[in-house]
Design a protein around this ligand. Sequence first.
Ligand code: GLC
Length: 414
Amino acid sequence: MRIVYLNPCGKLGGAETSLREILASVRASQPEWELWLVLGEDGPLARIARDLGVQVIIRPFPAGLGRFGDSGLSLAAVWPLVSAVPATTRYARNLAGLLRELRPDLIHTNGFKMHLLGAWARPRQVPLVWHIHDYVSSRPLASRFLRLSARACTVAIANSESVARDLRRLLPGLRVTAIHNAIDIERFSPVGRKLDLDALSGLTPADAGTIRAGLVATFARWKGHEVFLEALARLSGAVPVRGYIIGGPIYQTRGSQWSVAELQRRADEVCGPGMVGFTGFVEDSPAVMRALDIVVHASTEPEPFGMVIIEGMACGKAVIAARGGGASEIVIEGVNALAHPAGDSAALAGEIQRLASDASLRRRLGQAARQMAERMYTGERLAKELVALYQKAVGAPANDIEPATYSSLGAAGS
Ligand code: GLC
């Protein structure tokens, strides 16, 4: 089988980390399959994929398309897309030519822009698998475009049951299967190199006995950096805790993410200057996880899945997650992690405090979390589910979605 994966971004956000494990696990389980990756931007993902034996082609997105994000249906939001139409059309045409040359048996797309481009550019009869990582209904433009293109999609993978439900509500005719992500549990293991987070952040070394709590996330505003900062500011100080913000603004889309300077200013205001460590983006995230005592997930909106939750768990760490969405499919509260109501900094502070002062609770949660990762989040499990889905998709008849379902733009998002 020859599979072509299409991904907009070359940097490692959640959807790219998910793709990395897909490539690694399918490669390991089906060594004779030919895997190709077409990227809309160069970046670390290209090198990682090549190292896995995947053939990588970089076809940079035109600038307007790369920067476009879905922040509503106002003229200001839609204009960048409208102005990018000629360049995007040329891009789609070139992509169609490339796909004809590659002659894939199946195309697997990651990210909205590639879902749409894949639907336009795929050779007829080649099955198209959309991998949906986010709640589509919260993105008005993306919803409308997906609805228009859904007939081209053979089957959609959702990264959680929660995202699958959202997608089924929006596109009732589409076949949707929920497949949880996986991680490399050898790499994300409790034993291994630990990074010096203080040095990385340019802070003086913390006193012995200081508990390190870190939020590992891209700088998207809904990832809850402010909630984390407010929670840190509320800690009583009975046990010394140092907070770290790990990650950076990685997407080109405007408006939806913090800049480093902005977030640093917020941290100074909320917690006091120099109190919170900013490491920047770190590629070796297992070494970050291992350096933390508490891994915090604080998204203020339901998290579609939450890669960092399983990464922290696989490293045997005590994780505090924000309740809701896919995160609630992973966390068994009080057993393999703790949870707090999304956006509630007082509750988050309470859980950080509780864990900071109880080493045996941290250990117990961490052990249960590691066991859960070994049981549920391995590449073997992921490859088994994907290979079955690919084989079914290749043998499936052309999509049987009722055309009427997608006939009207106006019906979208209702
Ligand atoms: C997106 C989602 C995140 C998920 C990741 C991988 O980034 O927002 O929740 O973990 O995709 O599926």
